[in-house]
Ligand binder design. Structure first.
Ligand code: MSP
Length: 511
């Protein structure tokens, strides 16, 4: 059995979780669930990033000690993940001893190898980004990343020799096509690497910031929050603690992130790993951003989408579906309630919901809620054979999208089958078959529709887990905890199965 290790970023706990956080976690959850269907041993990890200036300031604003403050915020993330059906295997907090231990271990190793040295830093600092900039890098005297004011500082610090490994990194990226995805992000990093890298400042003087992991070789410094946080990806899977686990899961298969934190992940992190004698992750995938119309979401604009509220109003699966279906994964998307409602009404209520409802109503009406037996398929007509072919191909079609981390491709393959099946009902006109007493034909078509719906429910499980389970229940299938690729094969519904027709899956939403 092969393994699949997937990670989300560790979220800052300076505020409540928002749509951006939920986007990454839903995407990772979907991929993790799909790999589980494939029979892989999955390690899916999320967690929280709890050190640094930003967190300290948020704690101060709430008049709390940082640790008391983060302990209060972390459950809000966990609550949201539960609500969104996020099936993570482990949750790591950077304030946990199992993580801090590994950070110290890596710092000592780098110091001992002379990959870390003491120097003096003079330059411009952006607190929200926790980043140093040179005068030349500033844009209109502001932080080039977030465009906020920076402050000038001069201080003793510790530096990690990024520059020493620049050539190695460029060669590595060039030799590994899937290392940074999508390709536009790969090109962005390669072009950034055309300029010489500065060494990375990995400490903060305690006099300025006390909330961080203490540096093992200097009482006056704590560890830079990004250096600390990236290490979670190895500390959570057993580095220096559980050799067997670590060797099984490392390197990670996918680090899923947003495009804004690409450089940290695709430049600093692989070099840190290389300096530690470890392999880089197989893929770093940077997804796009959700905006409100053309606008960035921000606290000051008060336009932040609250995932809890969306789930309460529209349901968890409608929200998950929208995130993964509305835009191709990797590009930016404009969030709006109108777009969400349109998706619910057309794709979920109309296409999927109706297909299930119509099929079950007919089985109810014509065969007293019992799935009929079908004749050998070999004799079926072209439209039937065409639909069965599409159903038999669904597993492969969904896999193709998932292998490219292209959720909308997989979903559109599922919806193609749903649409074929809806059209099939129109073409077959079962009401006519019933009137004309063509009972065998009616039995065949209803059996086939049950099979299509069963296969669709398997394919939907990674995306819409509760809907998939509800479909299985209404189809009278024993709800198998464990979904497998095997279930994509045709003919698994037993004739004689009693269905449980129930409420429509997705009621239409009025605008
Ligand atoms: N703590 C760091 C990550 C450390 S990983 C070792 C961090 N945290 S964060 O909470 O600020 O952001 C986490 C993620 O949220 C990023 O991947 C970011 O891209 C994502 N998003 C924040 N706003 C977003 C949108 N509006 N849309 C989509 N994702 C966005 O950065």
């Amino acid at each position: 059995m092969s393994k699949f290790y997937i990670t989300t970023p560790l979220y800052y706990v300076n505020g409540n979780p928002h749509i951006g956080h939920s986007y990454t976690n839903v995407a990772c959850d979907t991929l993790a669930r799909f790999r589980r269907i494939q029979g892989k041993e999955v390690l899916f990890v999320t967690g929280t990033d709890e050190h640094g200036q930003k967190i300290k300031e948020a704690a101060e604003a709430s008049a709390m000690e940082p640790k008391v403050f983060v302990d209060k915020v972390v459950p809000r993330f966990k609550e949201l993940w539960q609500k969104l059906n996020i099936s993570y295997d482990d949750f790591i907090r950077t304030t946990e001893p199992r993580h801090e231990k590994v950070v110290l271990n890596i710092l000592e190793m780098f110091y001992g190898n002379d990959d870390l040295y003491e120097g003096e830093y003079s330059g411009w600092y952006c607190t929200p980004c926790e980043s140093f900039w040179t005068k030349a890098q500033l844009v209109e005297d502001k932080c080039p990343d977030c465009k906020r004011p920076v402050e000038h500082i001069k201080e003793k610090n510790f530096f990690f020799r990024l520059s020493k490994y620049q050539k190695w990194l460029v060669d590595y990226i060039n030799a590994h096509e899937d290392f940074i995805l999508p390709v536009i992000r790969r090109n962005e990093i390669l072009s950034f690497l055309q300029n010489p890298l500065n060494d990375l400042c990995v400490s903060r003087p305690r006099a300025r910031l006390s909330w961080g992991i203490p540096m093992p070789f200097s009482e006056d410094h704590v560890t830079y929050v990004w250096f600390d946080a990236l290490i979670n990806y190895i500390s959570v899977c057993g580095y220096a603690e559980d050799k067997e686990k670590f060797e099984k899961f490392w390197p990670a298969d996918v680090h899923m992130i947003g495009k804004d934190i690409l450089r940290m992940h695709a430049v600093n992190w692989p070099i840190m790993l290389h300096a530690a004698g470890l392999e880089p992750p197989k893929t770093i995938f940077a997804h796009g951003w959700w905006t409100i119309g053309e606008d960035k979401m921000s606290k000051s604009k008060g336009n932040i989408v609250n995932p809890m509220e969306m789930v309460d109003r529209f349901g968890v699966d409608a929200y998950r579906f929208f995130l993964l279906r509305e835009v191709p994964f990797g590009v930016d998307g404009a969030f709006s309630e109108t777009a969400l409602i349109n998706r619910i009404n057309s794709d979920l209520a109309n296409d999927l919901g109706n297909l299930l409802q119509r099929t079950l109503s007919m089985i109810d009406k014509y065969f007293s809620s019992v799935v009929p037996e079908r004749r050998p398929v070999e004799k079926a007509d072209d439209i039937t054979r065409n639909m069965i072919r599409a159903a038999k191909n669904l597993g492969a079609a969904v896999t193709a999208g998932m292998d490219k981390i292209d959720f909308s491709q997989s979903l559109s393959a599922i919806w193609q089958l749903i649409n074929i099946a809806n059209k099939f009902i129109e073409q077959k006109a079962p009401w006519k078959l019933s009137k004309e007493k063509k009972t065998d034909e009616l039995k065949d078509m209803l059996y086939d529709l049950c099979e299509v719906l069963r296969v669709v429910s398997v394919a939907l499980w990674p995306f819409l887990p509760s809907t998939s389970e509800e479909m299985a229940r209404q189809l009278g299938l024993e709800d198998k905890e464990k979904r497998t690729m095997e279930l994509f094969s045709w003919g698994k519904t037993n004739p004689g199965t009693k269905i449980n027709k129930d409420k429509p899956l997705f009621p239409r939403v009025e605008k």
